[in-house]
Design a binder for this molecule. Structure first.
Ligand code: HEM
Length: 451
């Protein structure tokens, strides 16, 4: 990728697009391909129009840092993602301004390192438990498995709920909803208002109501009988504002629970699925991972305390998220007049930062298309611009679950790699599909071999 440097105030060129839809038609057909093409043809800062909206695609780490960190106050979440509000309400992912700041402060302690370490053993146990049910020689869809294991982990850490009927219902609902909302993101379906009684919209509303009923009951039960639990829900209910001592309303707790549940499992499942996909194609990496797991654990199951030793596993997950970032792009809308890469921007305009493309930029990564966990070893990451690699975003809106997710991915990976080697079943083609997260479609069929 060559092109204008981020600092240039020059007028930039971009794709013309269609008369009415601008580039929305092309995004609808092939979103990732569109981002790649624009970077190749127009450089680091690319003006685009999506139907009536105008904005910039930006690919340079310095310009991304401006949006996410230096000028973060000039932006809000993008309209494309705000339509998730009918599901996530005013939860941390979507709230803005004072409400967001108060909630972030209230919730931050629940994600401190020592706190989440307590969840590590649950993560490792659930990973091992799932692999214990697998049979040598069988073929299964590893993405389905990873969605199930991360859903069970989030249900346990969030509500202290074991895989009960309720977790199943919640899991099914979340599968439908992520697909429903995911299909709308970056597609022409965005133009269909969610209040129109189409079959999909009707089903969406019914599913949200069912989920609401379950979550409200859990909150009600817990308020009546708080007990001595260490799950995230208890922490949310007990959290008090440092200034006025107030607590969250039930409605706010509902929005946060829904947000953590949905933000917390598909993303990590996707990260793990792509990790297996890459490992299956790189036996030398898989062998090195297995050797580390053997050396660190002997034959015993992994635990949170093993994390510092599982250094290669950490590099493997990091490299998989470089090639297949679960959040394949981050977008914002301008809230007050500002500038990006020397380019003035007015309220209402959007900015899209395509992580998918930045993570594969040859200016920052040698042989960028290759899966090489070793690149993260030693001093490998030194000298990399801060926003050449940003799977969890950055600045004030950085993922609150960053440490949680990393720990979960490493421990589940270790627990499974200890027992099985995964190879790809022949005759399949897997493509990264940009829903809300970057799903492997139609799934990843793998054959299980005992170590
Ligand atoms: C590999 C897994 C994950 C990835 C790749 C990921 C990615 C991201 C990204 C890129 C953002 C920032 C979005 C933006 O700036 O617009 C974000 C925000 C967020 N994530 Fe994650 N996430 C992951 C796991 C989790 C987990 C496990 C949780 C909770 C248990 C979580 C909860 C959240 C929340 C609440 C926000 C909003 C934070 C705020 O705005 O203050 N995420 N995530």
């Amino acid at each position: 990728m060559t092109g204008a440097s981020a600092g240039a105030a020059a007028l930039h060129q971009g794709p013309r697009g269609g008369r009415f839809l601008g580039s929305l038609g092309e995004i609808n057909r092939d979103q990732l391909g569109f981002y790649v093409r624009c970077a190749r043809e127009y450089g680091d800062v690319v003006p685009v129009r999506l139907a009536a909206q105008r904005g910039l695609l930006i690919y340079h780490p310095d310009a991304i840092e401006e949006v996410l960190v230096t000028r973060a106050r000039d932006f809000v979440k993008s309209p494309g993602i705000r339509f998730l509000r009918s599901l996530l309400g005013e939860g941390l992912f979507l709230s803005e301004g004072d409400l967001w700041l108060r909630q972030r402060r209230l919730m931050q302690p629940a994600f401190h390192r020592q706190r989440i370490a307590a969840y590590g053993d649950i993560m490792a146990t659930y990973g091992a438990r799932r692999a214990a049910g697998w049979q040598e020689g069988t073929v299964l869809d590893i993405h389905t498995e990873m969605v199930a294991v991360t859903r069970d982990i989030v249900a346990k850490t969030l509500f202290d709920a074991d895989v009960s009927e309720e977790a199943e219902v919640i899991g099914e609902a979340s599968h439908f909803l992520t697909e429903y909302f995911g299909k709308r993101l970056g597609s022409l379906l965005q133009l269909v208002p969610p209040w129109l009684p189409t079959p999909a919209n009707v089903r969406m509303r019914r599913t949200v109501r069912r989920l609401d009923a379950i979550v409200s009951r859990m909150i009600g039960d817990r308020r009546r009988a708080p007990g001595e639990r260490a799950d995230l829900l208890s922490l949310l209910l007990a959290a008090r504002d440092a200034d006025d001592g107030s607590r969250m309303t039930d409605r706010q707790v509902r929005d946060e629970v829904m947000t953590l549940f949905l933000a917390g499992h598909e993303t990590t499942a996707v990260a793990l699925s792509w990790t297996w996909y890459l490992l299956a194609q790189h036996p030398e990496v898989d062998a090195r991972l297995a050797a580390e797991v053997r050396a660190v654990l002997g034959g015993r199951p992994p635990a949170a305390a093993d994390l510092p030793e599982l250094r290669y596993a950490d590099m493997v997950v990091k490299e998989a998220m470089r090639l297949y970032p679960p959040a394949y792009g981050i977008a914002r809308q301008v809230a007050r007049p500002t500038e990006v890469a020397g380019q003035p921007m007015q309220p209402g305009a959007f900015v899209i930062m395509p992580t998918w493309v930045v993570h594969r930029d040859a200016r920052w990564f040698d042989a960028p298309e290759e899966f090489r966990p070793e690149r993260w070893g030693g001093d490998g990451a030194r000298g990399l611009p801060r926003f050449a690699y940003f799977p969890f975003g950055g600045g004030p809106r950085q993922c609150i679950g960053n440490g949680f997710a990393t720990m979960e991915a490493i421990l589940v990976l270790a627990a499974i790699a200890q027992r099985f080697r995964l190879t790809l079943a022949p005759g399949q083609s897997v493509v990264p599909a940009p829903y809300i997260t970057l799903r492997p479609e139609p799934g990843i069929r793998v054959r299980l071999e005992r170590r």
